[in-house]
Design a protein around this ligand. Structure first.
Ligand code: MF3
Ligand code: CO
Length: 249
């Protein structure tokens, strides 16, 4: 069931997503060699609380931290750890969710630590641009979920990259995950139309090599099957009478 949001509700989601955006900025600024992913998680957790919000990932289906930190060949859902340290040359994906006044925000960024090789640099740029190719192609009331996925997939695959299929974007609102599912692949004309009042998280997860992933025994971390790097870029967007608004930018 799709829950459409009115202007007031979208305003509340804007506020939640601004907390998420600021948390991501803080994480990116502090993503330096030697810092542990545990420390980064703590920084984000404390900031979200200070904003009067709650980290929505903490205890979600038993998830043990407030943010996800996924490095290099980790695609998503990396668990922060006191034993994991940021190193020069890595690409680090941060995924943050916050709930404020009962409404959710969800977004992700991938950043380079110092100098990274051309493969990683290009992958990060294409993943971000895949999001914008998709979102900029949306014509409210006309574009379907399949069209959106097709646009993202076609763009990413034109660089020879693998589009992760096992994990998808999603509706978002009073719940972090609502209908519809928003795959980063698809067929033109398939799926429901994107209409005014929808709020969705669009989140391409793009691999430098194969699209195949493995789920690690920790129950959370998802890695690329071939060990090549992966990038993630996500924003919550709202489809309003004034057009598509990216709430977490
Ligand atoms: N941001 C993820 C998503 O878009 C959710 C992270 S899973 C969690 O679905 F367990 F960490 F919450
Ligand atoms: Co999401």
């Amino acid at each position: 069931m799709i829950l459409l949001k009115n202007q007031q509700q979208i305003q509340l989601m804007r506020e939640a997503n601004q907390v998420v955006k600021q948390t991501l900025q803080l994480l990116c600024e502090n993503c330096k060699p030697g810092v542990s992913t545990y420390e980064l998680n703590k920084l984000a957790h404390d900031f979200i609380i200070k904003c009067g919000a709650k980290p929505s990932f903490l205890n979600y289906c038993g998830y043990p931290a407030s943010v996800c930190i996924s490095i290099d060949d980790e695609v998503v859902h990396g668990i922060p750890s006191k034993k994991r340290f940021i190193e020069e040359g890595q690409i680090v994906s941060f995924d943050v969710g916050a709930i404020l006044k009962g409404w959710h925000g969800d977004a992700a960024r991938t950043v380079a630590v110092g100098y990274v090789d051309d493969q990683k640099q290009k992958l990060m740029e294409v993943t971000k641009q895949a999001f914008f190719e998709g979102v900029n192609s949306i014509v409210i009331g006309k574009t379907t979920i399949g069209d959106l996925g097709h646009t993202i997939q076609t763009y990413a695959e034109s660089f020879g990259y693998g589009v992760v299929k096992e994990l998808v974007g999603h509706g978002i609102g009073r719940q972090m995950h609502e209908d519809p599912s928003v795959p980063n692949y698809g067929t033109k004309g398939h799926g429901m139309k994107l209409v005014e009042g929808m709020t969705i998280a669009v989140e391409p997860m793009i691999n430098a090599g194969t699209d195949k992933v493995i789920f690690m025994p920790d129950g959370w971390t998802v890695k690329t099957l071939d060990g090549k790097p992966s990038a993630h870029y996500e924003n919550t967007i709202a489809l309003t009478k004034n057009g598509v608004e990216i709430l977490s930018l």
